[in-house]
Design a protein around this ligand. Structure first.
Ligand SMILES: [Zn+2]
Length: 460
């Protein structure tokens, strides 16, 4: 019989599009089913057919709810996939928010492109719709952490926590006497919100490890100190601080830090607006799963909560969101998406980015090709809604707020492997991070390490 093979259909040399196809004994399992984001040549891959028809994939295992790991699912189902999609219970709840929102954004983008006529395709079509996303949710099957399930005859799988976001897991697959661990995204061992990754179970033959922050190590300055130092001067000069933040988890941590600073008298009482219906809904899910993380979010959705800044306002309606463009500073506006690839954050940035009194504050990873990365690299104009907008506002980035661990965390997690795996495959990183990570794994751990290319297949 043919050797089991693993094909890398995404997250090779990039942090998006995670998709790993395991083929063994005539069965096909896809681990993660993410959307490519950022650079145009990456986004175009979302439109190309997969190397195997979706109908010939037997089951999908999703490590966590982030769109770069889950956002291709509706396209897969639309393309004929009929099997089960396994995830943890919290991931299922978060997918219930994220996938329909992603479908809505796809439709919105197509509508906008048609209206403004800036797409080469006439008419521009969405990759999938909100309805496709809702239908996809009916395929989800939950599997609790640390339990095993038979995905299909002969292939077993289990999830273990990675501490990245709520519900985030690494997946362990057992097949034909082999054990494979797929890290998904790893959190850090020393974070405010989530606990660190669980150790690898014994006897892993192969490990796929992420390397988003592969070239970053060492402790960061305290997050509240950085937030205070960057935000307070802007608010004192009457400016608006715009924070693109991923709605799931990070927004709650930001609110928590601002409130603690206010309680110490180190942060002014200014309006703090959370313009993201998803942030409120996801805070409620975090609250229900409080046994899985450190931050206790009693009444997290309410503006009277002791965990929220004093003048917090949650905005749901689109009209109310647009009215915020008239708001005078000082104020803080938190909105999604975190890398400015879409969502309400775009109109906030467009309104505020040309005034030097304001601050655009980046708090998470910014992938190549995203507007967030362009700002981080000091670009003086941003392409938005088909036009170039000059950047005159201050831009700053906070270190240590990412939901990802750094290079030290990945090495510490890999060190839990016992005995040494036959091979570590490095994925979910950009060139510099992958190179640095690979050097450490070889020199410090003595493991054999390979960085696969897009569509590469390896025998296991
Ligand atoms: Zn993630």
């Amino acid at each position: 019989m043919a050797q089991p093979t693993l094909r890398f259909l995404g997250a090779t040399g990039t942090v998006t599009g995670s998709k790993f196809l395991l083929e063994t004994g005539g069965t096909r399992i896809l681990v993660d089913c993410g959307l490519f984001q950022g650079l145009k040549e990456l986004r175009q891959r979302n439109w190309e057919p997969l190397p195997v028809p979706p109908a010939e994939i037997d089951a999908v295992v999703v490590t966590h709810a982030h769109i770069d790991h889950s956002g291709y699912l509706p396209r897969l189902v639309r393309g004929g996939f009929e099997g089960p999609i396994f995830c943890t219970p919290a991931t299922r709840e978060l997918l219930g928010l994220l996938l329909p929102d992603s479908g809505y954004l796809q439709e919105e983008e197509a509508r906008y492109a048609n209206k403004e006529g800036y797409s080469k395709h006439k008419p521009a079509l969405p990759l999938y719709t909100k309805e496709d996303a809702q239908h996809t949710l009916t395929h989800l099957r939950t599997l609790d952490f640390d339990r095993e399930v038979e995905l299909v005859p002969g292939i077993r799988a289990a999830f273990h926590p990675t501490g990245h976001i709520l519900g985030a897991a690494f997946a362990v697959l057992d097949f034909e006497g082999r054990r494979l661990a797929v890290s998904g995204d790893l959190g850090g061992y020393d974070k405010d919100l989530m606990r660190g990754p669980a150790p690898l179970p014994k006897g892993m033959h192969y490990v796929l490890a992420e390397s988003t922050y592969g070239s970053k190590r060492g402790a960061d300055p305290s997050v509240p100190d950085q937030l205070g130092a960057t935000m307070v001067p802007v608010l004192e000069r009457g400016g608006v601080v715009v924070i693109p933040a991923f709605a799931v988890g990070r927004t709650s941590v930001l609110l928590y830090h601002i409130r603690r600073m206010q309680d110490r008298g180190a942060f002014p009482d200014v309006p703090v607006i959370v313009d993201s219906p998803m942030a409120v809904d996801s805070a409620k899910i975090y609250q229900r799963y409080r046994h899985e993380h450190n931050l206790q979010l009693e009444d997290a959705g309410g503006s009277g909560s002791l965990l929220n800044p004093r003048q917090t306002r949650f905005v749901r309606k689109p009209e109310e969101s647009k009215r915020l463009n008239e708001l005078d500073g000082p104020a803080v506006i938190i909105s999604a998406s975190g890398m400015m690839t879409g969502g309400r954050i775009l109109h906030h940035v467009r309104t505020r980015v040309s005034d030097p009194r304001n601050l655009i504050l980046l708090v998470g990873y910014q992938a190549e090709g995203t507007r967030g990365r362009a700002l981080l690299e000091g670009k003086r104009e941003l392409k938005m809604f088909g036009e170039f907008v000059p950047v005159k506002a201050q831009v700053a980035a906070i270190q240590g707020m990412s939901a990802h661990g750094d290079s030290d965390d990945v090495v510490a997690w890999l060190r839990t492997a016992d005995p040494a795996p036959r091979k570590v495959f490095l994925v979910h990183g950009e060139a510099g991070g992958l190179r640095a990570m690979s050097e450490r794994i070889v020199s410090e751990l003595g493991f054999s390490c390979h960085t696969p290319k897009y569509l590469e297949a390896v025998e296991l």
